[in-house]
Design a protein around this ligand. Sequence first.
Ligand SMILES: Nc1nc2c(ncn2[C@@H]2O[C@H](COP(=O)(O)OP(=O)(O)OP(=O)(O)O)[C@@H](O)[C@H]2O)c(=O)[nH]1
Ligand SMILES: [Mg+2]
Length: 429
Amino acid sequence: MQQLRTLLIQRRRHYEPNLLSEFEALAATANYNVIGTFDIVGRPKGRFGISTGKVEEIKTWIELNRPDIVLFSPTLKSSQLFRLMEEWELEVRDRTQLILEIFEKHARTPQAKLQIEKARLNYELPFQRHQLRIRLQAEHTGDRPTAHQVGIGEDLLTKKLSELRKRIALINDKLDKISDVQSLKKKKRQAEGFTEIALAGYTNAGKSTLHRTLTGSQVEVADQLFTTLSTKTAEISMKGREAVLSDSVGFISNLPTSLLEAFNTTLMEITDADLVLLVVDGSDHPSEMRRKIQTCLTTFTEIGANGIPVIGVLNKIDLLADYNIREQLEIMEEMIGPAVPVSARTGENVGELTQIIEDALPSLQRYRLNLPYGSESMSIVSWLFESGHVAEREFNEHSIRVEAELTKEKAQQLMNRLDDQSIHEVDDE
Ligand SMILES: Nc1nc2c(ncn2[C@@H]2O[C@H](COP(=O)(O)OP(=O)(O)OP(=O)(O)O)[C@@H](O)[C@H]2O)c(=O)[nH]1
Ligand SMILES: [Mg+2]
C-alpha cells in the first residue's frame, strides 16, 4: 500500500506532556510516512482548535511541502475538523480516528471486529449529523434554507441516524452472545478451581512476550502499538494449584471513550482476575515510564479493577544497566508496590517472578474430608482429583477420607455443599 506523506500536529497545554513521539509511533503503526511535525503549546481555540495565526502558518508549510494528509492530536470536534479541511484543502484526521484505524488493521477475531465497528459508529454519529447539515446548506447556495427544506433535511438526518443506531443495537446483540459464551467458559474454569492471573500494561510494554515466556503460547509479538486486541488465555504452571494467564489489549493515554466502552468485555479479563501483573517498559525514560504507569493506574480505576492485588513487572532489563534497573524499580515501588525486574525476551529473572506470583496468591490450606460412600461424595472426590488438589486419600466400604490443599474460597464452596462434620482444617504442625 502506498504510504501517505503525512504532517503530524500536536496541540497541548503547557502543563501537558509532549506525546509527539508516541503520536509518531501510532502513525508509523498505521503505515503513514511522517514528513513533518508541529508541536503547538497553548490553549485550545474554539473555531479550529488552534489559533488562526497557526492555521495560516501551517497552510504555508503545506503549500511548500505538499503532504497528502494531516493527523491532529488530540481529538477534535467534528466542526473543527471540517473547518481545518476547508482551510488547508487537505484531509485531516484526529488521534481517535488514527487509533481506530490501527485497531481495524489488527483485529483478527469476530469479537474484536464487532467491538471496533461499534466504537467507530459511536464516534461517527456526530460527524454524520454535521456532514448532513453541511450538505443540506450547500444545496441552498446563498439563501438560508426554508423551514420546509430544513424539515426534509431533518427527516433524512433522523432516518440516517436511526439506521446507525439500529446497526449499533445489532452489534450489541452479537457481542452479548459472544460474551455469554466467554463467561460460561470462565465460570467453568472458576468451578474447576483455576486461579486467574491477568497481564495488563501500556501498549508495547511486552505483555505478549511475557505471556509466551510464562506459558509457551504463540501469541503475536511486534514492535507496534496495539498488536494484541483479543484476549488469549493459557495455562501457567504454578506449584500445587492450577492457574491461567491471560494476555489482552494494552492501554494508552487518552484512549478514546468509545473504544474503552466497546472493549469493556475484553478488559473484564483484568477486572475479574485474582492477580494482575502490571507490565512496564523499563527502557523508557523515567518520566515517560511514570506517565505510562499513571495512565495504567487511571485506567484500572476507569474499568473498576481497583482492589485487585497487583505485582509490578519491570520488563526489558536486558536493555538496562544495573543502576537504571534500581532507579526504575524505585519508581515502580513508589507508584505500584512490589515490583520484579525481568526480561521477557531473554527469560532473565522470570523464575523469580513465578515464585513471587506464587507467594502473592492466597495461600493453600490443607483440609480433611470425611465423606459417606455415595454419588455426591464421588463427584466431589473426582473433582478434587482432576484439579490436582488431593494430597492423601483412603477409601473403604462405607467412607472416603481425603486430604486436599485448597484455597479458602474453594473450601467455603465445599462447606456449603457438605455438612459441618465432613470437612475440617488440618494444622500444618
Ligand atoms: N529488548 C527487549 N525487548 C522486548 C522485551 N519484551 C518485549 N520486547 C519487545 O517489545 C515489543 C513489544 O512486545 P509485545 O510483547 O508485542 O508487547 P505488548 O505489550 O504485547 O504490546 P501490544 O499488544 O501491542 O499492546 C516487541 O518488539 C518485543 O520484541 C524484553 O524483555 N527485552
Ligand atoms: Mg500484545
